[in-house]
Structure formats: C-alpha cells, structure tokens
Design a protein. Structure first.
Length: 584
C-alpha cells in the first residue's frame, strides 16, 4: 500500500484508511457484540421466570429446562466475548501494523537533517508509542463504546418496562455514576502521567548505558552509572506509590458507587414488593440488571479515556507527517551505467546556510579516475561525501555527476550508482546473505559467492557454519574490523556502482588483513570513479589526483605525481612528515 497518510489526518481518515479494508471483520465484530448484548439482556428474564415459577410450585421439568437454558446462554455469551476479543485484537493489530509501516516509510524518506536532529528513542516513541494508543481505538473504542451505550439503553428500557419508578431511579443513578467515574479518573491522571515520565527517564537512561557498556567499563565509569541508577530508582519510588494510591482510590470509588447502586435498586424493589407491585422474580431481575450496568459504565469511562489518548496520538502523528522531505526526485535523465565523472563548480555548503562548511570548491574528476581527499579532522571531507549522495542539498554552485546537475537526479537512481564505504560498517543481526544484499532478493547466491571469491574472502566464506545463511551477531559481533570492512566492500561491489566513495578505516589492521583489504579495494576501484578519504599512504599511492581540504577550502588540488615531485607543495610536505602523524 502506498503512503496515503496526509498531515490533515482525522479520526475519520484513520478509520477509512485502516479499518475500511477490514470491513468484513469489523462487521463480524459488531455482530458478535450485538449477539452478546442480546444474550446478556435476555438471560435475567429466564431467571425471573424461574424464580416466579418455582415460588408458585411449578413442575420440576420446566424449571430444569429454564436452568439449562440459563447456563447455556451464559456459556454462549462467554464464547461470543472470546471470539469478539480474538477478532478485535486481529483488527487492531492489522490496522496499527499498517500504520506503523506507513510511518516508518515516511520517516525513511525524510532528510538526513531530520534524523540527525532527533534521538532514536524519540522516533521509536513516535512510531510505536503513539500508534499503540491507537490500537485500542481501532480494536475497541468505536465498536465497544457504541455496544456499551446500547447495553445500557437496553437495560434501562427493560427496567422501565418492569416498573417506571425503577426505570427513572436507575437511569438517574447511571448518569450520575458515569459523571462521578469520569471525575474521579481525572484526579488520578496527573499521577499516572508523572509515573510514565519517570518510566521514560528510567528506560532512556538504561538504553543509553547499555549501548555504551564497553566504553563505560573501559573507562571505569561503573560506579557513576550505579549511582545515577540508584538516584533514578529513588525518584521513581514515591511517584509510583502516589500513582498506585490514586489508582486504588479510583477503584475503591467505583466499588462504593456500585454498592450504592445495588442498595438503591434493592431499596426500591423491596418498597415496591411491599406494595405488591413486584414479584420476587422481578426483584431479582432488577437487582441483576443494575449489576449488569456496572461493567459498561466502567468500560465507557476507559473508552472515553482511550479516545482522548487516541486524539493525542493522532495529533503527534500529524506533527510527524507535517515534516516533509525537502530533497526530492529531480526530473533529469537517468545516470549512465559505468564510471561517472564528477564536477564541482563554486560549490558552497553549510549545515546552516549562514555557516558554510565547504567554500567555493572547484573540482573536475573525469570518469574512471581516483581522487584522494586529505584533510584534518573537521575540515569537511565527510560533508563532501554526503553531498555526493545527496543526503544534503548543495546551496550554491554546481555539482554534476556524468554532466547531470545533482538536483536533477532521482534519489533511488543516484544511490544505485554511488557506493559508499565508511569506517563504521553497519552490520545487522541477520543472515550473511541479507547483510550483503541489503535484503534485495534479485541477487543470486552464485553472484555473492563469486564476489566473495574476487575480494579474497573465500576462506572466510568456507569457515561459516551455515554458509550464507549464517546469522551475524548484531553490529557485526564476532567479526574483526577488517572482516567487517571486507563485507562492506562486498556489499558495494554487488551493487556495481559507477562511483565509489570511501572513508577509509584509520584503525590499524594486521598486515594479512590489510593486504587483503588493499587487494579488495583495488578490485573494487578498477574501472570505476573513486573518491577516497585517505588516512593511509597505501591509499594515496592509488590515487590519480589529490585534494587537500583545510577548513572547507581547497588548500591544494592536482595530479598526485605532479604534487609528489614538487618540493614546494603541501602534499610533498605531508609525504615527508608522514600522513598518519599529520592527519590523525
Ligand atoms: N550534521 C551536522 N550538523 C552541523 N554541523 C555539522 C554536521 N556534521 C558535521 N558538521 C560540521 O561540519 C564541519 C565538517 O565536518 P566533517 O564531518 O565533514 O569533517 P571531516 O573532515 O569529515 O572530519 P573527520 O575526519 O573527523 O571525519 C565540522 O565543523 C563539523 O562540526
């Protein structure tokens, strides 16, 4: 299903989008609920008949039959409730899963700047937390709210039919009861909100610490973590005690209220019985119906709350949908296959336009050549790579790929033609195959094995216990840094891009792995254009051209051999001093 969510989202839109496709199940849900209401209303009538007939000395057979019917209908009602719960959970999960998928798709389309400015936890809360509040909206709120109203109306009508005075008294009690229940709940709400805030703080803290376990231990920060942990727990305790007490007061007030309702029903019934206006069976019937009111009244209260929460959830989802990607597909031609040329004319860019990070870059890299980019930390090398992938849009000047202005390219096409290998290799807790193909099914196992062989990874592949089906640990656990880099190269190789951008690993690898990596990089760069952010001499020797950036400006740019033999060039000085020492 394509994304149909729009920022002007309403309850009606949500129902149309996510419940309409499930209208058959939703209708069945309504039917089951109606059946259950009818059974709940009919059953006390049998009991009344039973009591009155028994008191009048009726035969045992009709009494037995009435008893069996009562039990049968009660069991039938329970079965309908279980079936209804099963269907409504299915409806809710199908609907909310679709909504989650649509929101994830929306977020994945948003600019990198959006993701950089938000924490992972915030997005998880947006996509899962807010959607969870809608689950009950889909599963119960609408249908059950109507169902409960119907049940209450049914009970009150039957009470009116029994005796008008009873009808009026219990109707007034029901109205007052609902009002009181809602009021009492609002008193407890702030305590629950506080408790949930503390929950979020605790889990946020826990998540952060778990993610950084290795660093924390290595730096001896365990004591600090435990102290913070204890502080948070200590803050959590009184808040939770207060929230529980507030919850208890809600619960006890509900009990008190329904106790009062029962007393009222019994009082009126006894009075009317004394007046000979009611039979004992009818007294029981009234008592039963009054009791029956408690569940729907209580549920209406929770459902109104769920509707409120769903309203807040919709509001936050709307805010998320209002954020739109600013980097969109261009309408230029598709990029050609094979090596791509790269040109920059007066290219200027800043993460905020007032503070440029790259200034007036002019570069001309013909197809098939390799550019080695050097520069100190923070000079703008990664920014340059991000611009080439169009993760950010250039602000001034021109950036051309195979002669096509980058703004005119289509994002999917662009990212098919550019491969990027960074120092942080992102590996997923999934099979080797899925990690290498990025879950793309059209890449055959033969192709993968061939590429692994080309990159010198045959031995590694044969050592895998289940071949390509071997599951990798999360974040590449169990792989050395060199192996992870080689896998990243394999991944890019399989996509066969025309331009490779490499942010080279500066960590020192063992000589055997380094040699393997060097060979793999050579194979990868052959007949492709390469932009290599270099940290090692070996890479520099591979480059045709050298670009040295300083504070976002070009300090030096030219053919490597020419710069290397010019003793006045910065590159020459760098080679003399040693690359690692200067750039580290
Ligand atoms: N997302 C961002 N938002 C704002 N400023 C950023 C962002 N990313 C980088 N910068 C800033 O842009 C400048 C260039 O950063 P960049 O990451 O491109 O440098 P680099 O040369 O790749 O550094 P390194 O070698 O350490 O990776 C730095 O001043 C940095 O603080």
């Amino acid at each position: 299903m394509s994304l149909q969510l729009k920022p002007s989202l309403t309850y009606r839109d949500l129902l149309m989008l996510y419940l309409k496709p499930q209208w058959k199940r939703a209708t069945l849900m309504a039917g089951l609920l109606l059946g259950s209401i009818i059974l709940q209303l009919a059953n006390p009538q049998i009991l009344r008949q039973f009591i009155d007939s028994a008191l009048q000395g009726a035969d045992i057979t009709p009494l037995m039959l009435a008893g069996v019917l009562f039990v049968g209908l009660s069991i039938g009602n329970q079965l309908l409730i279980v079936w209804n719960t099963y269907i409504s959970e299915n409806v809710a999960w199908t609907a909310t899963n679709q909504l989650r998928t649509d929101l994830v798709r929306h977020c994945l389309q948003l600019d990198l700047a959006f993701h950089k400015s938000r924490t992972a936890g915030e997005l998880i809360e947006r996509i899962d937390g807010d959607v969870n509040t809608l689950a009950s909206f889909f599963s119960q709120a609408i249908v059950n709210l109507l169902g409960n109203c119907l049940l209450i109306i049914g009970v009150l009508l039957l009470l009116f039919r029994e005796q008008w005075l009873v009808g009026i008294s219990i109707s007034l009690f029901a109205l007052l009861g609902l009002f009181i229940l809602i009021r009492v709940r609002t008193i407890a709400v702030p305590y629950w909100i506080k408790s949930r805030e503390k929950d979020a703080e605790f889990f946020g803290f826990l998540g952060e610490q778990l993610a950084g376990t290795e660093d924390l231990r290595a730096n001896g920060a365990t004591g600090y973590v435990l102290r913070r942990f204890y502080q948070i727990l200590r803050g959590w305790l009184p808040v939770n005690v207060r929230a529980s007490l507030a919850g208890y007061s809600t619960w006890s007030s509900t009990l008190l209220l329904f106790g009062f309702g029962n007393a009222l029903a019994l009082g009126i019934s006894i009075y009317l019985w004394g007046q000979k206006a009611l039979s004992p069976g009818s007294v029981y019937l009234i008592f039963y119906y009054t009791n029956l009111l408690s569940a729907p009244l209580e549920q209406i209260r929770t459902q109104l709350q769920q509707l409120q929460e769903a309203g807040a959830g919709i509001e936050r989802i709307k805010q998320l949908l209002e954020v739109q990607p600013t980097i969109l597909d261009g309408d230029g031609p598709l990029l050609p296959t094979g090596a791509l040329s790269v040109e920059m004319h007066n290219l200027t860019f800043g993460y905020t336009p007032e503070e440029p990070v790259l200034h007036s870059l002019n570069i001309k890299l013909p197809a098939g050549r390799i550019l080695g980019v050097l520069g100190r930390t923070g000079s703008g090398k990664t920014t340059l790579a991000r611009l080439l992938l169009r993760l950010y849009e250039i602000q001034h000047g021109e950036l051309l790929l195979a002669g096509i202005p980058i703004q005119q390219t289509r994002l999917h096409d662009l990212r098919q033609h550019i491969g990027m290998v960074t120092q942080d290799v992102q590996l997923f807790h999934a099979s080797v195959r899925a990690n290498l193909t990025y879950f793309q099914d059209d890449i055959s196992d033969e192709q993968i094995i061939e590429v692994l062989k080309t990159l010198g990874l045959s031995n590694w592949y044969h050592s895998l216990p289940s071949g390509l089906d071997t599951i990798l640990g999360s974040e590449g656990e169990g792989l050395s840094a060199g192996e992870a880099q080689l896998l990243a190269l394999t991944r890019v190789f399989l996509r066969d891009p025309g331009l490779i951008i490499m942010d080279e690993a500066s960590s020192r690898l063992d000589p055997a792995t380094e040699q393997l990596l060097e060979q793999a990089i050579n194979t990868l760069l052959a007949e492709r254009t390469g932009i290599v952010i270099a940290h090692r001499l070996a890479t520099i020797q591979r480059a045709d051209d050298i670009l040295i950036i300083e504070d976002g400006h070009i300090l030096e740019y030219g053919p490597r051999q020419q710069l290397a033999s010019d003793s006045t060039s910065h590159f020459y000085q760098l080679l003399q001093t040693g690359l690692e020492e200067v750039l580290a």
